[in-house]
Design a protein around this ligand. Structure first.
Ligand SMILES: NC(=O)c1ccc[n+]([C@@H]2O[C@H](COP(=O)([O-])OP(=O)(O)OC[C@H]3O[C@@H](n4cnc5c(N)ncnc54)[C@H](OP(=O)(O)O)[C@@H]3O)[C@@H](O)[C@H]2O)c1
Length: 239
């Protein structure tokens, strides 16, 4: 069976590196890339498409496009937002703002949830298939020792719950589907840029390295791994 995968959020550091990684490691795989940005044809053999995350019809159309030649073997959602120019993660409860909460929860929770709505039914029902959304270790409630980053933490915790709930549903309707979150480690990207100063250099990964590790994790998941968030080493993150 020919394999087809979709990467959503393909202009980001990790999304782009995943696209290059899959194209390099799996030359026979058809790769569909979705982004708000117009992607130049930098990834060999990949098919680039535009998507509008604020328009549910656009997400639905993206799923149709990705699966036009048959079911998907993997969908990776690499979208996400931590800051946005003026809006920085909150250090105190007093810094919460309706605008920031709405925007971060929309990008980090609502968008991947709607991608799941339209892409999960496109996963292969006859062969192992994976839906993976980039989450973050800071979405773990039990691992929260430092506080801060209210909206981002909450958005990733909520994303993890969407993943767990969708995994349970998929076990009933598609036993071959694996639905997971992924933590890439701390990766050099626009998202992490303002917070890299205190990260030891050996713990700040290039996007290429993180993508290689994440592809290795995704390609080795089994149905028993569904519903969990996995880090770049293939270790589970406690909820
Ligand atoms: N970098 C890290 O250290 C780190 C650590 C833990 C988890 N993560 C997670 O990994 C994922 C990818 O992060 P990254 O480091 O690759 O970040 P990035 O380079 O900033 O890319 C994030 C992508 O998300 C989409 N996006 C960003 N802002 C958006 C907005 N306001 N509305 C809609 N879409 C938006 C864009 O995709 P398109 O424009 O292509 O559509 C963008 O390219 C995120 O979910 C992030 O939370 C990253």
């Amino acid at each position: 069976m020919s394999k087809t995968i979709a990467i959503v959020g393909a202009s980001g550091a990790i999304g782009q590196a995943l696209a290059h990684g899959y194209a390099a490691q799996y030359p026979a795989v058809t790769v569909h890339l979705f982004s708000r940005q117009s992607l130049r044809d930098t990834v060999p053999r990949a098919h680039a498409h535009s998507i509008n995350y604020s328009d549910e019809d656009s997400i639905a159309q993206a799923a149709e496009t990705a699966a036009q030649d048959g079911p998907l073997s993997a969908v990776i959602v690499a979208t996400g937002m931590l800051h946005d120019g003026g809006l920085m993660p909150e250090k105190t409860v007093g810094a919460l703002s309706m605008d920031h909460l709405n925007r971060v929860l929309h990008v980090n929770t609502v968008v991947p949830a709607l991608v799941a709505k339209y892409f999960l039914p496109k996963l292969s029902t006859t062969h192992r298939s994976v839906f993976a959304a980039l989450s973050a270790r800071v979405g773990s409630i039990s691992d929260n020792r430092l506080g801060g980053w209210y909206a981002y933490r909450a958005s990733k915790s909520a994303l993890n719950m969407i993943i767990k709930t969708a995994a349970i549903e998929m076990q009933r309707v598609n036993k071959h589907a694996i639905v997971v979150g992924l933590h890439p480690g701390t990766v050099d990207s626009a998202l992490s840029k303002p917070f890299q100063a205190r990260v030891p250099s050996d713990q700040l990964f290039t996007a290429k390295y993180a993508a290689e590790r994440l592809i290795n994790v995704v390609e080795n998941l089994t149905p028993a791994d569904t519903g969990q968030c996995w880090d770049w080493q293939g270790l589970p993150i406690q909820p």
